[in-house]
Design a protein around this ligand. Structure first.
Ligand code: ISJ
Length: 358
């Protein structure tokens, strides 16, 4: 075939391509109108009977050279794209997505602006055990210039026989001590019925990994005017994690902090596997602040510093870790909490590390 002939044929193909584009878009507009009518009458967008009718029409009219099955396959792709055209904006772009909002959401808690580009450290005991225990940690935190204290009052433990937390008394201790030292309080709430009560004591409501898909709880914290720290589920994909945050934001609360805390894999060297790449993915896909809990993702004190450095280096807005005055006698997570001197060493290292980065 001469080059001239090839050019001529391609020109012909291009003319047909242009017609196809026009026709497909024309079809799209009609489909959108059908979509609007369906909404008016409360009819489902997807109509398999109608699709079958069209596929039968394709079979009746197709004269080749494409096989009927091939032509039908192309039409199925058109149906799929048409259904997407009929979707409303919320389904196409989630409210938590960057597509919906390009700029970072900044969550302000006790003078710290999570999501602003300045890194924050959230420290505190795994579980609240006593006033003295919380005080010792709060004092050390204040001396390091930290503003946000975590602490568990309601503890969702793997075994029902393990320490379940002090409950309301734990929240009261946290509030009292935090006020003495000018700290903000982050604590987990397990039950939708406790959310209202917790508003009085906490600055951030934590939704734990085990409750990431507790949709009633997500909807409840979505209705209150209080920041929410949402932890990634034990075996949740990033998509599931993002959708969990969407449950909160659909109720009106956009003050959401996402927390990567490791996921369950076959690897046994660490308690969970820290999915460090989740951080830039979540930063890219959503406009929410993203933090890393190095304690629960590793379950190992010797890995807290390297994973915290990795988290900051990869773009996390904050690092969360656990501190206890005497981890050996802690009622939970004894193997992974730092004692006060270890915490000071950790903070000093991290401060010089973040200074070097900026
Ligand atoms: C456009 C419609 O909605 C959907 C899209 C179809 C299409 O693209 O042809 C067919 C059936 C429905 O699943 C319709 O119901 O006619």
């Amino acid at each position: 075939m001469s080059e001239q002939k090839l050019d001529q044929l391609r020109q012909k193909v291009d003319e047909i391509n242009l017609q196809l584009i026009e026709l497909l878009n024309e079809r799209g507009k009609v489909v959108q109108e059908i979509g609007k009518e369906k909404i008016k009458h409360g009819i489902n967008r997807f109509d398999p009977e109608r699709e079958r009718e069209v596929l039968n029409m394709v079979a009746d009219y197709n004269k080749g050279p494409f096989e009927t099955s091939t032509m039908q396959h192309m039409f199925k792709t058109i149906f799929q794209a048409s259904l997407e055209l009929q979707e409303d904006d919320h389904r196409k772009a989630l409210l938590v997505s960057r597509k919906m909002k390009a700029e970072n959401t900044i969550v302000n808690v006790n003078g710290e602006a999570l999501g602003s580009g300045k890194q924050t450290f959230i420290m505190g005991p795994c579980a609240v055990e006593s006033v003295d225990q919380v005080r010792a940690v709060a004092k050390a935190m204040k001396e390091q210039g930290l503003k946000l204290m975590r602490g568990g009052a309601f503890k969702p433990r793997t075994s029902p026989y393990d320490f379940q937390g002090l409950g309301l008394e734990g929240l009261q201790i946290l509030r009292k001590v935090a006020d003495e030292y000018g700290l903000g309080v982050i604590s987990e709430i397990l039950n939708p019925n406790d959310v209202e009560m917790a508003l009085e004591y906490v600055d951030v409501i934590q939704i734990g990994a085990r409750n990431m898909q507790n949709f009633d709880l997500l909807r409840t914290v979505g209705k209150v005017n209080k920041p929410v720290l949402l932890k990634r589920g034990l075996a949740a994909t990033i998509e599931e994690f993002i959708n969990a945050a969407e449950y909160i934001i659909t109720q009106g609360n956009d003050q959401i902090i996402l927390c990567e805390r490791g996921i369950r894999t076959y690897e046994k060297a660490t308690r969970n596997t820290l999915d460090i790449s989740a951080v830039p993915i979540l930063k890219k896909e959503t406009h929410l602040p993203v933090i890393v809990d190095v304690t629960h993702s590793t379950g190992r004190r010797d890995l807290l510093l390297p994973t915290a450095k990795a988290a900051i280096a990869i773009g996390a807005d904050a690092v969360m870790a656990e501190v206890h005055p005497d981890p050996a006698v802690a009622l939970s997570d004894a193997a992974q909490q730092m004692n006060i001197p270890q915490f000071n060493e950790f903070m000093n290292e991290m401060k010089s590390f973040t200074a070097k980065l900026s």
